[in-house]
Design a protein around this ligand. Sequence first.
Ligand code: ASP
Length: 328
Amino acid sequence: MAGWAIAVHGGAGVDPNLPKERQEAAKKLLTRCLTIGISALRSSMSAIDVVELVVRELETDPIFNSGRGSALSEKGTVEMEASIMDGAGRRCGAVSGVSTVKNPVSLARLVMDKSPHSYLAFSGAEKFAKQQGVEMVDTEYFITEDNLGMLKLAKEANSILFDYRIPTVGSESCGAAAEAPPMIMNGLPISVYAPETVGCVAVDGEGRCAAATSTGGLMNKMIGRIGDSPLIGAGTYAGELCGVSCTGEGEAIIRGTLARDVAAVMEYKGLSLQAAVDLVIGKRLDGGGKAGLIAVSSKGEVAWGFNTVGMFRGCATGEGFMEVGIWD
Ligand code: ASP
């Protein structure tokens, strides 16, 4: 029997001067979610159930950019997206443009389990949610004061945002470059503090891999914008050999088909999990794209990689390894 393994992320990016309290709050949430996933795997829950369970927890807490605390569109609305994939049988489900579904990852799971399709969006996804009787809330539930403030900053800077970038005066630095250089995404500057996407990958004791990702997308995004997170093969993928969840600049992740490429180089080139992750992060992010990912293999290994300043992440294996971190 293979050993279990799990990894969670709360987004790639991270302002090098992110205040210590925010770092600690993020690590506390990641530790709590990881612990929930570990207990579930120890009690023989399947990988697909574990990734859904863990992502639901992350969606419910406003710290990261998914469910409550989702990034806001240019109109100040939420258009959330999520996807889930079961490597056993390569089944998948995804949703985009949902604004009243409390846990988008569970709606993605229902698309996989209860619909004839793989991906539902906007009014069709909301209608399906009602039919399935999932918990729905007023759209205001998802909108936080913090995010309204960030949207205002984003508009002032004419930026679309995906990570934490405002150096905070007087805060303690992590030791990375104190002044991160301004980044350009699709011709627009990305320079302001923004919340981050979540994901979970797991392999259970029977070697079944699964992955799930959930997000509000980018702060100040255009209405109708769809990122990598709900796209199977880009932001999320699970197959016989591994499960992968990505985060970062969605447009670059889509161009690089990051999640599927990790699986593909393992399948076709016989690379190990960590070698596949390193190759994809090193070679598939063209044009300065910034991203990170977490991955598990059917052998019970865990790996991650990112080319951003940091990535909120945690991982554990059945062999007793456990780590929660932000920086390199
Ligand atoms: N990848 C997400 C998106 O582009 C953002 C993130 O990971 O923070 O929608």
